[in-house]
Design a protein around this ligand. Structure first.
Ligand SMILES: [Ca+2]
Length: 445
């Protein structure tokens, strides 16, 4: 396989990928796999990454939302760092998550379309994810919610799909999983089953390491007993309880507030709120998500680990909210559009004692920066080449922050290039380095 990767990388370098590669730390043969954590950061902090689904740039109070109440995330922003030019990887879920997991933008990443039904693109086995990197650094790794990057797995109750796919969760660095990995099925909030995987028995009964087990929710579609968002939160909290001695990485890819637009209770938007029903339902979903983000932060305090845990809250693409809420926050475009409003998302980082309260940064940044940021905090070298740049200097407010010249988002001829200050090249000059064959970075273990 190494021969294949080397030859691909040579081809990519010839195609102009060298500029992007130069932004990353390139692994050397025989180089140690660990590096020192950055000054000012605690050694191997816990990391929690909470991802809302389809929450636009303007849907939180701390980003100017006037109607939907989001006190918990607003408090995180007030006590932490608010990014004003942070971007999802793509204006749609699946390719955005691929950029997040692999630190490659959509001109280099594996999955460049959303797919649908039974035809979703998936990760290849040789792709390195954030979970793989942090696991190599000694972290316990968990995901509760929407994986989306591989839904063929052993254990699936649909017999026709009961086979091992290259994007199966258990092949990509996770110790624990709970949720529905299929990005179409996961949008039912009252399904008849979910799935779990717990190869070390961290949260409950140990499971086989190479399959997902069904969690039956019989009668749930009719009886509406188990709202999946609530279950996802409960398992996230259970993992924190189990892994509190750290270090751990918890990825919470919520399915909320994506449609189906349905919620158990309309509070806090009562019958007196002069909105349409669908607007109340939507706002209730966002406020429920916010409530549960608050519960996650509270749980850290309960265990006395808040000061040793970085919590990042963001969303996977632009808004799909009812127009009443002006979810793009005045930006052009929304979910699915290659415009700024399709990809710019809230980005809140909370880490009491390390991130100074009340800060705002306009650093041009995106999903592909998350892996190298986590790797730097964990003291491990990320794979290379990747497109991401560590944001640690911005989080800590110290050190020299490397900067992107541009951010690239695209699929075929639909594309968006967001230039940073000082980048004056035309699209035609940028595109040859921004769009290549799939990159397969090397990650020496
Ligand atoms: Ca989405």
């Amino acid at each position: 396989m190494s021969t294949t990767i080397a030859s691909r990388r040579d081809v990519l370098r010839a195609a102009g990928f060298g500029a992007a590669a130069a932004l990353t730390s390139k692994p050397l043969a025989g180089a140690p796999k660990t590096t020192k954590p950055p000054r000012g950061a605690r050694d191997k902090p816990n990391i929690i990454f909470i991802l809302a689904d389809d929450l636009g740039y303007g849907e939180l109070g701390c980003y100017g939302q006037k109607l939907i109440r989001t006190p918990a995330v607003d408090a995180m922003a007030r006590k932490g760092l608010k990014l004003t030019r942070f971007h999802a990887g793509f204006p749609l879920s699946l390719p955005a998550r691929c950029t997040l997991m692999t630190a490659l933008h959509s001109g280099h990443a594996r999955c460049r379309k959303n797919g649908g039904g039974g035809n979703h693109p998936e990760l290849a086995e040789e792709d390195t994810t954030i979970a793989t990197v942090l696991k190599a650094a000694g972290y316990k790794t968990a995901m509760t919610g929407k994986w989306a990057l591989g839904d063929r797995f052993i254990g699936c109750v649909k017999a026709s799909k009961n086979k091992d796919g290259s994007g199966a969760i258990y092949k990509h660095g996770w110790d624990y999983y709970f949720g529905e990995p299929n990005q179409t099925y996961c949008h039912s909030y009252y399904p008849e089953q979910l799935y779990r995987y717990d190869r070390y028995g961290l949260v409950g009964k140990k499971t086989d390491g190479n399959r997902l087990d069904v969690v039956p929710l019989k009668g749930n579609r009719a009886n509406r007993t188990h709202y999946t968002h609530d279950l996802i939160t409960a398992k996230a909290l259970a993992f924190i309880d189990a892994a509190k001695d750290g270090p751990f990485f918890l990825y919470v890819p919520y399915t909320i507030p994506h449609s189906d637009h349905v919620v158990p209770e309309l509070e806090p938007y009562t019958k007196d709120t002069p909105w349409q029903k669908k607007e109340k339902v939507y706002a209730s979903m966002v406020s429920r998500m916010d409530r549960d983000v608050g519960r996650i932060v509270k749980r850290l305090e309960t265990h006395g680990i808040a000061r040793n845990t970085l919590v990042i809250f963001t969303s996977d693409n632009g808004t799909a909210a009812p127009r009443l809420f002006e979810g793009s926050g005045g930006l052009p475009g929304r979910k699915g559009r290659f415009e700024v409003g399709g990809v710019r998302v809230p980005g809140v980082a909370y880490w009491p004692g390390t991130i100074q309260p009340g800060r705002t940064s306009d650093l041009l940044s995106a999903f592909w920066d998350i892996m190298p940021t986590c790797a730097a905090l964990a003291g491990i070298r990320p794979p290379a080449p990747i497109d991401g740049i560590s944001m640690v200097p911005t989080l800590l407010g110290r050190g020299t922050q490397a900067r992107h010249k541009y951010l690239y988002f695209g699929a075929g001829k639909r594309r968006l290039i967001i230039r940073n200050t000082g980048e004056t090249r035309t699209d035609e000059q940028i595109l040859p380095e921004a769009v290549t064959d799939v990159i397969v970075p090397t990650f020496p273990l």
